[in-house]
Write a protein of this length. Structure first.
Lengths: 530, 456
């Protein structure tokens, strides 16, 4: 286990215990060494100007987010750097509520005049929205809060010398290119620092600094007219440079590259029904698509109907406390407090304190993901009077709306490993890492692939496979789960680019899980020639 | 060609003169051997609605400046949206520091000098001026049309999205290049769902010109599809003839753009690689009737006449009467292979031509098949064949003896836009489906529907 993995296990053990008790997760060894910056006085001045202008123009509520986003990216291929880029974006977004209608306007003109103009535009949008208004927005109460927060990191990745980052990537590429038939390799880093100040007309004033790192590695082997690729699952995290170092790209790249070469000679899978063993590097995305998105309340009530879709977990009155999602040992937790995770915050984009709650408890669907305006829709059914703090906007220039928190499958009681699961499997396929992924607009039918596939016979891995995808329907799939790993097999995957909303916004989200076995799943062969 | 009209919205994105002045200011801060400045100035207005209420609406104005500097063979970029002199200078400095630290790039190409570009008028005042009131009014009309056309199904649900964007893009280099283009696009889509939860319909229009978008027609078609798709029947997954509406073709065919990359083809890792080396240019890769091209100056496309480096983007025929004619070349790969650089194809839009019939005629000519409104969640499965997976959505129907007879449950499919173009029964006439897209309906033999979905 890497130190990183141990941290997560520690956090998870605490989290699993927290289901009953509810204490906050303790910080692990990656304790914070950088102080959380406070609000920029200029930002505060403009925010207050905007709030004054909103009140004068008739807004019953307004919030202002001032964001300063920095994103550094490095991309390499083979023995060269293909791009080095460092981008910043600064501006403010004003959201107003007038007569129960939202308006939002954003500007990069960071002057008092710019703030005022954006505010008046937001109010004008609120007023225009009255032309089509069946339901007025009502916000669940929140206690105003003043504070600062920063992602706990040992080393801010943006302060690490660019030469060191490039050297790390090129060393990994070099190692990969030693493998026979591996002709192409790409690696990269995306390093983010987002400073966000939220000021609301109700008195909230919080400044948060989010730090995230996203390493990437993939390679392609070619031989006799065929080519096969392998991408390592290097989970992006809400962590510092120490996480990137812990992955040891140069030390592991040769082993990863060997899988691409091995795939050239792997057996093409025989389509059929198999027991499926999914490692956490694959399962996290299946959780994201088939549980994470399905339990978003905005989807369940139709607000995403025109784009990302609705959900089979609807209507709420027929689902809450009733829908059997999976077996008794299945517990799925939503959590915006999880250490190292991508959607970790102290407060969401409405100033609601981060929350942790169960979506699925002992196999039964228990609650949705919510923002302030959604609480009233299900409060009588759930008894929950607070927002679960799922409001998020990708940038200052985008309106906040309901976005997914970290959604994780909690470990089983028996501390078994993926090897233990293999040992108990007669005829199966084991899958690692994310490949192609697709699911329908109500989250029933999905099809996922992977990067490395192994045939299991009589309790042993007997060889590598290729051209594999698994296809299932969400509830059938989760109810076919009959084994899950224990706390030591827990791992956290994630992505920077979960898309939703119109205009489409991205969200960074993590998913922790353990390996699991699913019985009698349809496996397709994805090769085709005509 | 559409003439630009004086527009209040036009003042919200940078004019050619403003863009030239800003690029000049940034270039003056740079002491690098070579410098490129790219400006994107945008104004976006959007309104979203669901279940009888506008749920969000927004307006965003922003201008970003990206500076790419080169010292010898070392290059890096930095960008900002803060346009004061100190911020611009800091951005140039940051790019310069990064560039000095970057290793030498063996593939580095010098920045371009002055170029000439196709004249493309893609900015329409009616789109730039579409304000919040006008958007709300259009939505009210569309919702009214949904309600009227969906009355037989009861209290029909409508959700949708309307956005209007204006954008100006400029590229300038220290070698004297200056390119400027401004464009607008409007997009309006509506989803209608029947109250029993068994029917869903969708319609969409996208264009440079808001006047080409008919909110009432979009609402009506979405509702008609929702009503007609109620109580869908199951037919077993398998190979069926499919009539893909132009929107469904728009979802699939542009996915070929990635495979048209010359370098990947030369390197033996593309569907257009020739076994044993080289590319498949000159070979038959699609049905004889298929011609696929990009052309920013085409009135139906009105694309951007240059790429991110300021390289002119001109008409390029990718597939002509079924023969692969061109692949796209970066400047580096073109020089290495002794070809002309092309820039990325989708900058110049994408059109598939080869037929004259309407979607209705393609349906009429179908003995038994599946009509597809559009697709959802398409992801690549195998780059060797451009194989994709995805689902049908918002209206799949059984066609029997030239008529739509039965609503069908949605399918998952595993199919390749490339292989599919070799199994065409018929091609419709190209229709504008989005800004920069002209796509026809297609009737495809043996479309591979692989499993059923319960999604409505």
């Amino acid at each position: 286990l890497s130190p990183t993995r141990r941290d997560f296990i520690k956090a998870t053990a605490a989290t699993a215990a927290a289901i009953a008790a509810g204490p906050a997760v303790q910080l692990g060894p990656a304790a914070q060494t950088i102080a959380a910056p406070g609000a920029d006085p200029v930002a505060l001045d403009l925010a207050n100007q905007a709030l004054d202008a909103a009140r004068s123009a008739g807004a019953s509520y307004a919030d202002v987010r001032v964001g300063r986003y920095r994103r550094q990216t490095i991309a390499t291929r083979e023995r060269q750097v293909s791009s080095v880029s460092d981008n910043e974006s600064y501006g403010m977004g004003v959201r107003t509520l007038v007569n129960g209608c939202w308006g939002f306007a954003a500007t990069s003109a960071m002057t008092r005049a710019g703030a005022r103009q954006a505010t008046l535009e937001a109010v004008a949008l609120s007023k225009a929205a009255r032309a089509v208004q069946k339901r007025k927005v009502e916000l669940a109460p929140v206690t105003p809060v003043v504070g600062t927060w920063i992602t706990p990191v040992r080393r801010d990745p943006l302060e690490v010398a660019i030469e060191d980052k490039i050297a790390l990537l090129l060393a990994a590429n070099d190692a990969a290119l030693k493998v026979k038939d591996v002709r192409f390799v790409s690696s990269g880093l995306a390093l983010l620092r987002e400073v966000k100040t939220l000021v609301t007309s109700e008195g909230t004033n919080v400044t948060q600094t989010m730090i995230r790192v996203g390493p990437a590695f993939s390679c392609t082997a070619t031989s006799e007219g065929d080519f096969q690729s392998y991408e390592e699952e290097l989970a992006p995290r809400g962590m510092g440079w120490e996480y990137v170092e812990s992955l040891d790209l140069p030390g592991n790249a040769e082993r990863w590259a060997a899988r691409a070469a091995e795939k050239l000679r792997a057996k093409s899978v025989a389509a059929g029904t198999y027991d499926l063993i999914l490692e956490p590097t694959n399962l996290w995305l299946t959780i994201h698509e088939s549980i994470g998105h399905a339990t978003e309340l905005d989807r369940a009530i139709g607000e995403e109907a025109n784009y990302a879709g609705t959900s089979f977990v609807a209507p709420p009155e027929k689902m809450l406390g009733q829908l059997r999602y999976g077996p008794d040992f299945m517990n799925v937790q939503a959590d915006r407090t999880q250490e190292g995770s991508l959607s970790r915050v102290a407060w969401d984009d409405e100033g609601v304190p981060a929350d942790r709650w169960l979506l699925v408890e002992r196999g039964i669907f228990k609650d949705y993901q919510t923002t302030r305006e959604q609480v009233a829709r299900i409060q009588k059914l759930t008894g929950v009077a607070r927002s679960h703090a799922c409001s998020f906007a990708e940038s200052w220039n985008a309106v906040q709306f309901q976005r997914m928190p970290n959604v994780s499958l909690l470990p089983g009681e028996r501390d078994i490993s993926v090897e233990d699961i293999v040992a108990e499997t007669g005829r199966g396929v084991l899958i690692q890492n994310r490949g192609s992924w697709s699911i329908d607009h109500q989250r029933y039918n999905f099809q996922f692939s992977g990067q490395a596939f192994y045939e299991v016979q009589n309790g042993k891995i007997v060889g590598m496979l290729k051209d594999v995808a698994y296809q299932a329907s969400t509830l059938t799939f989760w109810n076919s789960m009959d084994m899950i790993g224990g706390a030591s097999s827990y791992w956290v995957g994630g992505a920077f680019n979960d898309g939703k909303g119109e205009p489409s916004q991205i969200n960074s989200v993590s998913h922790g899980c353990v390996p699991a076995r699913f019985r009698n799943v349809t496996i397709l062969n994805t090769s085709r020639s005509a | 060609m559409m003439q630009a009209t004086p527009s209040a919205g036009a003042s919200l994105v940078l004019s050619r003169d403003e863009a030239r002045a800003l690029t000049g200011r940034v270039l003056s801060f740079s002491t690098a051997d070579q410098t490129r400045v790219t400006i994107t100035s945008s104004r976006s207005g959007n309104t979203r609605f669901a279940d009888g209420s506008i749920t969000t609406s927004g307006g965003t104005t922003d201008t970003s400046v990206t500076v790419t500097v080169t010292f010898g063979r070392r290059r890096a970029s930095s960008s900002t949206n803060m346009l004061d002199a100190a911020s611009l200078e800091r951005t140039v400095d940051l790019a310069s520091r990064l560039a000095r630290l970057a290793p030498e790039d063996p593939e580095l190409m010098p920045e371009l000098g002055p170029q000439t570009y196709a004249a493309v008028e893609a900015f329409v005042g009616a789109t730039a001026d579409l304000d919040a009131e006008a958007r709300a009014e259009a939505i009210a009309r569309a919702v009214g049309a949904v309600t009227a056309a969906g009355k037989s199904a009861g209290a029909i649900f409508a959700a949708g999205y309307l956005e209007a964007n204006s954008r100006a893009i400029a590229v300038a280099t220290s070698n004297g290049l200056f390119a400027y283009h401004r464009t607008t696009d409007a997009d309006f889509s509506v989803t209608a769902r029947t109250p029993d939860g068994t029917g869903s319909g969708w319609a969409h229009a996208g264009a440079r010109d808001w006047n080409a978008v008919d909110p009432v027609a979009i609402g009506r078609v979405a509702a008609q599809k929702a009503v007609a798709s109620r109580n869908p029947k199951e037919i077993p997954p398998g190979l069926y003839t499919a009539v893909l509406e132009p929107q469904a073709v728009t979802d699939l065919v542009p996915l070929l753009a990635g495979a048209l990359n010359a370098r990947n083809a030369d390197e033996g890792r593309s569907a257009f690689s020739k076994p044993g080396g080289g590319t498949r240019v000159g070979e038959k890769v699609a049905d004889d009737r298929v011609t696929l091209y990009s052309d920013p100056a085409d009135d139906g496309l009105r694309g951007q006449p240059f790429d991110g480096e300021g390289l002119p983007v001109r008409r390029l025929v990718w597939i002509e009467n079924g023969i692969l004619r061109n692949l796209w070349y970066t400047r580096f790969w073109a020089e290495k292979q002794k070809k002309q650089p092309t820039g990325f194809p989708l900058a110049g839009g994408l059109a598939l031509v080869g037929g004259t019939r309407s979607t209705e005629e393609l349906i009429a000519g179908c003995t038994r098949g599946v009509l597809v409104t559009h697709f959802f969640y398409i992801r690549a499965l195998d780059p060797r064949t451009v194989l994709q997976t995805g689902l049908t959505r918002d209206g799949a129907f059984l066609i029997e003896n030239g008529r739509i007879t039965t609503p069908l449950k949605n399918f998952r499919w595993n199919e390749s836009p490339l292989l599919m173009l070799n199994r065409l029964e018929d091609i419709g006439r190209p229709e504008p489906t989005a800004a920069g897209r002209m796509m026809p309906a297609l009737r495809v033999r043996d479309f591979n529907f692989t499993s059923l979905s319960d999604a409505v």
